[in-house]
Design a protein around this ligand. Structure first.
Ligand SMILES: NC(=O)c1ccc[n+]([C@@H]2O[C@H](COP(=O)([O-])OP(=O)(O)OC[C@H]3O[C@@H](n4cnc5c(N)ncnc54)[C@H](OP(=O)(O)O)[C@@H]3O)[C@@H](O)[C@H]2O)c1
Length: 248
């Protein structure tokens, strides 16, 4: 289905899920504004999408650890204009988060990239989105469903983001703006590269196709893929004496 004339801002657009979402949106006829931390990734992605799909694709190199919201907002306003869809997909995880206290700089990084920066960007575009309708889309994680020792800080940050999106849905209920927040299972991206995963990983392209197809729906928080609801339902229901012994 194509939606020519729509404009989408994708944060975390240079790799993995964000890159796949940018491609699916360009294919559906959206003009784009892409954000990630390295221009050497952004520029070729933007050129490629613009060439293949004939869309207008702008980008800005932004390190979410040093986010300048005014610069981002004014660059988006000058180039893309209004924002119909805001995808907050950037994320970072340290697979070595194994229950040992993280060095402070790493803990700060996880909270900034997975919680503080996406929350601040959503907040900065909120008034505009409320006036114009559209969609706010967030990337959460199954890691946030029940606190576990092997992703203590990452899971906490994603749970914070999930709470913010829940509040957004409550706040935006009476407006034309729709909220979709995904508790994502494993994705086949660099975040999971080289890891032995206990469950199958979804391709970023399949996840992106589902997310773009869901635009316009008042979804709230859902699992992607949906079968993770069964696994996490079991994990969430485990009695504490059983759960505390699990090495997961
Ligand atoms: N992969 C999984 O199995 C999995 C599972 C559950 C949830 N998720 C969530 O799904 C989302 C997408 O993950 P992914 O697997 O596609 O990750 P990915 O392949 O590592 O891509 C992450 C994207 O976020 C951007 N990003 C990270 N740190 C940034 C920073 N400081 N400043 C600006 N941009 C930054 C990256 O750009 P740069 O390279 O320029 O930094 C990249 O575009 C994330 O929110 C992740 O937490 C992933």
């Amino acid at each position: 289905m194509t939606s020519p004339g729509l404009k989408s801002l994708v944060v975390g657009a240079s790799a993995g899920l964000g890159r796949a979402v940018a491609e699916a949106l360009a294919e559906a006829g959206h003009d784009l504004f892409l954000v990630a931390s390295d221009r050497r990734d952004l520029d070729p992605v933007a050129r490629d999408l613009s060439l293949r799909f004939g869309r207008s694709v702008h980008w800005l190199e932004v390190d979410l650890l040093a986010l300048d919201l005014d610069a981002l907002r004014s660059r988006v306003a000058e180039t893309l204009g209004r924002v119909d869809n805001l995808f907050l997909l950037a994320g970072q995880a340290f697979m070595a988060e194994d229950g040992e206290p993280l060095p402070d700089a790493k803990a700060e990084r996880l909270v900034e990239v997975n919680l503080t920066a996406p929350l601040r960007i959503a907040n900065a575009f909120l008034a505009e989105m409320m006036a114009g309708g559209g969609n706010m889309v967030g990337a959460g994680s199954v890691a946030a469903v029940r606190g576990r020792s092997n992703n203590m800080v990452y899971g906490a940050a994603k749970r914070g983001l999930e709470s913010y999106f829940e509040a957004l849905r409550h706040r935006l209920g009476a407006t034309g703006c729709r909220i979709q927040f995904y508790r994502l299972g494993y994705l086949r991206t660099r975040m999971t590269a080289g890891q032995k995963l206990p469950f199958p990983a979804m391709t970023p392209e399949a996840a992106a196709a589902a997310m773009v197809a869901n635009l316009g729906k008042d979804l709230g928080t859902v699992y992607l893929p949906a079968w993770w609801a069964v696994i996490m339902g079991i994990i969430a229901a485990l009695p504490w004496p059983v759960f505390r012994r699990l090495k997961i």
